[in-house]
Design a protein around this ligand. Structure first.
Ligand code: TRP
Ligand code: SF4
Length: 405
């Protein structure tokens, strides 16, 4: 159940800075962000505190990667005019909200998040029996809730973290959303919508609460969203009142599942730094060519005259990403009949990949040569992010009875 209608949804996502970005990130994550930035209000940030939970012993790589990562985002097409780009550690509200949420988060909820044990297991060489690592998904919840984000683009492995965020938000609203006189205030707010809308709202509320009519809830939320003369506080009350809860202070986000990246690496496995099969977004064209030329192919093609099968060849997987049907037919036919050689077969992929990387590489170079422009973009993004997070934190402090500033 989402408490915020689609047209007003904010999108937020983060990435941990642990090295240069490669084509896997581009096809899997960045292209998606670049589409979203034109459809929603987007916040994209470098999750440097999250990186510290696993890299606390070598924090220098985090600092280095942070700058590079922003440059790669911008070079790939994330537009500072359309999206806010910022750095987590420069918005201390994330840390404050993390702390405050920790007060109401049962330990068991964190221990049960699948990534907790999985990652400890996967990164055995590191001591991850730390407080910070256990709190990783709660910090992520704070990231999301500080912006009241409605949509969170993430991969499959992160869905459990968004789920935890929903539970934490629900618990928060349940504990702190029951202000004194809530019902009276909600009823007064209903009257401010005018006779006709008030009646409609009451009707929809009844239909949802008595019959579980989901459509009525959706229409009710849209109705609230379209109201011009009610205050923000009243709006939050009416969203909660509609659902039968208290005031909704922290809305529950949805995971916007990013389709698993189909970008294969140089060995046919998924492209990933840990498999050492990557091509970076800043790779020199000669290097792209060299890496592809030395890429393994179907091992049954020992000699040029031996026929092969694309189904057994990692180059074929790259054709799926980069080639049109005509080229793909040419590969199938040529490979199976030994009509073409592997060097020949790789050429269209080499050309397409270089053409894809070239403009990214050039834009990255412009930013590398102009660090003050990058700094200005980040400064501006951090300011904008803080402005939003500050408002949420003021509200959170208030309902938690912490002294006003
Ligand atoms: N944990 C995410 C990852 O490893 C990164 C992240 C941190 C994030 N905070 C977030 C993603 C908030 C989405 C929203 O990929
Ligand atoms: Fe792979 Fe192409 Fe060689 Fe066939 S011809 S083995 S698909 S590189």
């Amino acid at each position: 159940m989402s408490s915020v209608p689609a047209q007003h949804q904010r999108v937020l996502s983060g990435m941990r800075p642990t090295g240069l970005l490669h084509l896997g990130h581009y096809h899997g994550v960045l292209k998606n962000w670049i589409t979203l930035q034109h459809e929603y209000e987007c916040f994209f940030f470098v999750a440097d505190w999250h990186a510290l939970t696993t890299h606390y012993e070598d924090p220098r790589i985090i600092a280095e990667s942070t700058q590079d990562m922003v440059i790669d985002w911008l070079a790939a097409g994330v537009s500072p005019g359309a999206a806010k780009v910022f750095i987590q550690s420069r918005v201390p509200e994330h840390a404050e909200l993390h702390l405050l949420l920790s007060m109401i988060t049962p330990l068991g909820w964190l221990e049960r998040v699948p990534t907790y044990k999985d990652q400890q297991e996967a990164l055995k060489e590191k001591d991850l029996a730390t407080y910070g690592f256990l709190g990783y998904p709660l910090l992520q919840s704070a990231d999301i809730l500080a912006y009241k984000a409605g949509q969170v683009p993430v991969g499959e492995d992160q869905v459990a973290h968004v789920e935890l965020t929903r539970e934490v938000a629900r618990r928060f609203n349940h504990i702190y959303g029951k202000e004194p006189g809530f019902e009276e205030k909600a009823e007064a707010a209903i009257r401010k919508m005018g006779k006709k809308n008030a009646k409609l709202y009451k009707d929809l509320r009844k239909r949802y609460q008595e019959k579980g009519d989901q459509k009525a809830l959706d229409v009710g939320q849209a109705l609230l969203e379209s109201q011009q003369n009610i205050s923000l506080g009243d709006r939050e009350r009416l969203f909660g009142y509609l659902e039968g809860s208290g005031k909704i202070i922290l809305p529950e986000p949805q995971a916007l599942l990013t389709p698993a990246s189909k970008m294969p690496g140089l060995d046919g496995q998924k492209m990933s730094k840990s498999y050492r099969n990557t091509i970076s977004l800043r790779e020199h064209p000669d290097e792209v060519e060299k890496k592809l030329r030395t890429m393994p192919t179907d091992t049954s093609r020992v000699r040029r005259t031996d026929p092969g099968d694309p189904a057994r060849c990692p180059v074929w997987q790259l054709h799926q990403v980069y080639s049109d049907d005509q080229i793909k037919d040419w590969v199938q036919e040529g490979c199976k009949t030994a009509g073409i050689g592997c060097v020949e077969c790789k050429q269209p992929v080499i050309d397409a990949m270089i053409a894809e990387i070239k403009p990214i590489r050039e834009r990255a170079k412009e930013y590398i040569d102009d660090p003050s422009a990058v700094k200005a973009i980040i400064d501006e993004g951090c300011e904008a992010a803080r402005d939003v997070a500050r408002v949420t934190l003021e509200e959170v402090r208030k309902v938690m009875s912490l002294s006003a500033r």
